[in-house]
Design a protein around this ligand. Sequence first.
Ligand SMILES: Cc1cc2nc3c(=O)[nH]c(=O)nc-3n(C[C@H](O)[C@H](O)[C@H](O)COP(=O)(O)OP(=O)(O)OC[C@H]3O[C@@H](n4cnc5c(N)ncnc54)[C@H](O)[C@@H]3O)c2cc1C
Length: 510
Amino acid sequence: METQTLVQPQDEHNRLLVENVHPAGWKNPEPAPMYNLVVIGAGTAGLVTAAGAAGLGAKVALIERHLLGGDCLNVGCVPSKGIIRASRAAHDVRTAEAFGLRPGKDISIDFGKAMERMRLIRAGISAHDSAQRFSKELGVDLFFGNAKFIGPDSIAVGDEHLRFKKAAICTGARAAAPEIPGIEEAGYLTNENVFALTEFPERLAVIGGGPIACELAQAFARMGSRVFLLERGGQVLPREEGDAAAIVRTALVQDGVALRLRTKILRAGIKGGEKFISIEEDGKTTELLIDQILIGVGRVPNVGGLDLEKAGIVYDPRQGVTVNERLQTSNPRVYAAGDVCSAYKFTHLADAHARIVIANALFMARQSTSTLVVPWCTFTDPEVAHVGMYEKEARDKGMDVLTLTVPLSDVDRALLDGETEGFARVLLKKGGDTILGATIVARHAGEMINELSLAMTAGLGLSTIGKTIHPYPTQAEAVKKLADAYNRTRLTPFVKKLLTSWFKWQRKGK
Ligand SMILES: Cc1cc2nc3c(=O)[nH]c(=O)nc-3n(C[C@H](O)[C@H](O)[C@H](O)COP(=O)(O)OP(=O)(O)OC[C@H]3O[C@@H](n4cnc5c(N)ncnc54)[C@H](O)[C@@H]3O)c2cc1C
């Protein structure tokens, strides 16, 4: 593919992006006779692995078939959060009357400008992932092309053969293809092309109810699209607890998203020049006319075309490359990191994997993924952030647990901000303050969860958070209030009786 046409639209920002992440006329280097590490895929997992290994003095080759930065930079976290920010601004203006402002009812958003802002920021961020930085500053041998194994210790990219002591498969994942009759004919968007839109979709059908679908459904609705969110299950964000997901569901509906849960999609197509989706809900068939269809029904790992068999690497087309907890594949020379081998597909986890791979592959360490404390966040408004176990999961394992929940309506700052929809929840091992998991639903839940993740990583109990002074008024006080709630559980009727007697005795003294 011509590099100029790699990213659409071709404006100055995307030209800068491509110049950084897949420069035109790039000449692959002459391969070294042997590499300490060959990394396939230059998304977060591959970039962090390559940069870390090269920084420590290893001879590293990095192979990317498309764009450095992978999904996160180009078609994932970065552009999605860019447009979510624009949509949040629109929402804030629309709801500003509650704060005494009179912005006018009919605010409109300049979609072109909002998308351009996103492209400008993405291009700026891309300098960090650039070919220039990796090849010149970090000394990585950077190859553009499709990588595949040709033996247990060698990889081909184009006509070049790269021999390695160790290799890392960091090829990520892609949007799962929808199994809907007629969808190919109708045409659809995925995360691969939705951020390239220049024409505003007045009517948008979002298929799926997971994090990506909910984030984008809300963003487009707030930017003024008529959004239909079609989910076959009975809950959005099915991984989250019911009451957390219900808050997001209410927010989506308030933003004007037409939520269709327990919906079966019968077919899609084009009729009279218009796209349609026909759905079945409660035994009734309805036809929705839309301008665009956005698919967000899950991610599948990129394992095809790598000739993994030639290197003796076991994989599953749906689960990805099979690894042990040290991220080693069935070929002991080869490791994997990030979305290609993980059920949890997050940038920060890909980053954490990369650090484990560097230690284990290059230094014979035995670092394990089993000790990782992995938080995540869905960036709807309010956000839903989670770390560790859910209550159901703990109970299913037969654990005796205590769950404490503080509603945001008990937090002064949330009241002042008008952001009381949400809660902070912690799951403790019964009989102590050991934190097993936590969920926060709040406008900035992704920021607030970090305190609990730190406590879990460092083995600090909830009481330590209770002893930590939190600035007043902040929404993070919700987390401190969880500690106060825990302390109150320790005040049993017996302890209270003892204390009452003691105070009584004190009053009698001189
Ligand atoms: C819309 C969207 C929003 C998201 N938002 C968030 C978020 O807010 N927070 C978060 O933590 N995560 C988010 N994610 C997930 C995040 O983007 C991924 O978890 C992350 O990109 C995984 O990094 P990776 O390196 O494993 O894979 P990728 O980023 O997919 O990189 C893999 C790279 O390998 C290359 N490759 C594949 N096969 C070959 C081959 N044979 N030869 C050479 N190169 C190859 C690909 O071209 C790609 O560049 C989001 C994802 C999407 C789609």
